[in-house]
Design a protein around this ligand. Structure first.
Ligand SMILES: [Cu+2]
Length: 151
C-alpha cells in the first residue's frame, strides 16, 4: 500500500514536470506588422498590424518611432459624405482585453520622409504606450501597392 502511494506520487510529480508550460500572452502583443514599400519616387507610405492588450489595464498607443522615417503618425480613415478621408490621431485607445486591427480603410500608420534601401525586407518599429513600456517589433516590408488610392 505504501509502495503504491509512493508510486502514484512519483507519477503525479513526473506528469507535472513533463507538462509543457502553456505560452502565456502578456502585456501588449503586436502581430502581422507590415509596412508598404513606398511607391517609386515617393517618401510616404503606410503600415498595418494587429495589437491585443492582454494586460488588465486600459492603455493607449501614443506614438510609433522607426529608423526608416523622421515622422510617423497614427491615422484613421473614414467615409465622410461618401469620400474616404483620413485624420491624424494623437493616440489610439486600447482597452484591457481589446484587439485592434490597423488595416487599409481604418486605423493605419503613416510614415513620412521614408528612407529605405530598395532591397530592405523589414524595419524596426518602436511602439509607445500611455502605461506599458515600449514594445519593439520588426515589420515586414510588403511589396509596393496602391496606397495612393487612400489619399
Ligand atoms: Cu494616412
Amino acid at each position: 500500500m505504501k509502495l503504491r502511494s509512493l508510486f502514484l506520487t512519483l507519477m503525479a510529480l513526473s506528469i507535472t514536470a513533463c507538462t509543457p508550460a502553456q505560452p502565456i500572452e502578456e502585456g501588449l502583443v503586436i502581430s502581422d506588422a507590415r509596412v508598404q514599400a513606398p511607391l517609386k519616387g515617393k517618401a510616404i507610405t503606410a503600415g498595418y498590424f494587429d495589437i491585443t492588450n492582454h494586460s488588465k489595464v486600459d492603455d493607449a498607443i501614443i506614438g510609433i518611432e522607426s529608423p526608416i522615417s523622421n515622422k510617423v503618425e497614427l491615422h484613421k480613415s473614414a467615409q465622410v459624405d461618401g469620400v474616404m478621408k483620413m485624420r491624424r490621431q494623437v493616440s489610439v485607445d486600447l482597452k484591457a482585453g481589446e484587439t485592434i486591427s490597423f488595416k487599409p480603410g481604418g486605423y493605419h500608420v503613416m510614415f513620412f520622409g521614408v528612407e529605405l534601401p530598395h532591397d530592405a525586407e523589414d524595419a524596426a518599429l518602436t511602439f509607445k504606450f500611455k502605461h506599458s513600456p515600449d514594445v519593439v517589433i520588426i515589420a515586414e516590408i510588403a511589396g509596393a501597392a496602391a496606397h495612393a488610392s487612400h489619399h
